[in-house]
Design a protein around this ligand. Structure first.
Ligand code: NAD
Ligand code: ZN
Ligand code: ZN
Length: 347
């Protein structure tokens, strides 16, 4: 069924929360200015897990999720000139309308009509996906597909560091040493941030973060503030990245930054959660907080470059893989495997 001439393909359709069905579905065609991608690897992201559990994008079911993918060009639609069949690629999942106020400012993630592959439309847990050619990024042919499939999650982290203007010599606290917290730590190490302090309730995850570049780690949230003060000459951190998604951690972040410090708002909380900020303190100390969501455009290019030049240790992210036929098992067992920082589906 993998022959490109065949007009159906295998796909994992999420028919209802908690239930994937392996189906033969029509193989998409590459329309004008589109490229058909033959998918090889797809990572499972926390967002996919939320979709699987019916907590996110439930109105879009039945659908094929999957947005952390890589593959090769299988077919060029009319008008596509600068790509070749067989070329390995990664794909920016965010499709802006191209015409609105935000798209014209390259702030596509705020486009009111933005589509996201695998979230608002069918994605990559399937053999093929047709995507706009402008979102396809050629990848070096010597990078394994399990590494290329990390481009999208790394791009989210790259965007966060860019939005927070993190540079060498800055002290940074990362709240949360999950898959993404671990990527934050590695990027910070590459940038030259120092010291890098990480907090997670899981000893195993803190240890992983220490193994890939964190200088200090704690599992007791109450021990964090004194550690941060101790390692920053009493000032507090230049930057705190919240990568847990809990209002209490955001509140803690306000206590951990130095005067003039910055909170990178990254971990996703419930939609109604609010943060009490002391306004006068924020003004007088010139503190800041800035959101960062997803990775797009240059973030994808930069993430691919970092992976291509081995700036990120990927072994803890590439060890767990399941065939497309086993996708139900992959999702069902996800929370039982905290040591697998990433689970990937092999198509
Ligand atoms: N803004 C973006 O671009 C973007 C992109 C991807 C993910 N996210 C979000 O970033 C967050 C992290 O992603 P992930 O995939 O690593 O999530 P995850 O849920 O796998 O990891 C979160 C980690 O936080 C730890 N944790 C829980 N409570 C804690 C506490 N009180 N103090 C310290 N640590 C605690 C958990 O043990 C876990 O290791 C999530 O909220 C996710 O939705 C945001
Ligand atoms: Zn994702
Ligand atoms: Zn738009």
């Amino acid at each position: 069924m993998t022959d490109v001439a065949c007009n159906t393909m295998r796909a994992a359709v999420l028919t209802a929360p908690g239930t994937f069905e392996l189906r033969e579905v029509p193989r998409p065609l590459a329309g004008r200015d589109e490229v058909l991608i033959k998918i090889s690897r797809v990572g499972i992201c926390g967002t996919d897990f939320h979709i699987f559990n019916g907590h996110y994008a439930a109105e879009n079911l039945p659908m094929i999720p999957g947005h952390e993918f890589t593959g090769e060009v299988a077919e060029l639609g009319e008008g596509v000139r600068d790509l070749t069949v067989g070329q390995p690629v990664v794909v920016d999942m965010n499709i802006g309308c191209g015409r609105c106020f935000w798209c014209r400012r390259n702030e596509i993630l705020n486009c009111p009509d933005m589509q996201q592959m695998g979230i608002t439309m069918d994605g990559a847990f399937s053999e093929y996906l047709a995507v706009p050619a402008r979102l396809v990024i050629p990848a070096p042919s010597d990078i394994p597909s399990e590494v290329l499939a990390l481009t999208e999650p790394l791009a989210c982290v790259v965007r966060c560091a860019r939005k927070a203007n993190i540079t060498f010599g800055q002290s940074v606290v990362v709240l949360g040493a999950g898959p993404i917290g671990n990527l934050h730590v590695q990027l910070l190490r590459t940038i030259g941030a120092a010291p890098i302090i990480v907090a997670d309730l899981s000893e195993e995850r803190v240890q992983m973060a220490l193994d890939v570049g964190a200088d200090f780690g704690v599992t007791d949230p109450d021990a964090l503030e004194s550690l941060v003060r101790d390692k920053t000459a009493g000032r507090g951190a230049d930057v705190v990245i919240e990568s847990v998604g809990l209002p209490a951690r955001y509140r803690q972040a306000t206590q951990l930054i130095r005067k003039g410090g910055h909170i990178a708002a990254f971990g996703i909380t419930g939609a109604e959660e609010a943060l009490d900020l002391n306004i006068v303190e924020t003004i007088l100390q010139e503190n800041s907080i800035k959101g960062s969501v997803a990775g797009m455009g240059q973030d994808m290019h930069d993430a691919l470059t970092l992976l291509a030049h081995a700036r990120i240790k990927t072994d803890r992210f590439t060890a767990a893989s399941f065939d497309l036929e086993e996708i139900q098992q992959a999702f069902d067992t996800l929370s039982e495997r905290p040591g697998d920082l990433k689970t990937q589906i092999v198509i």
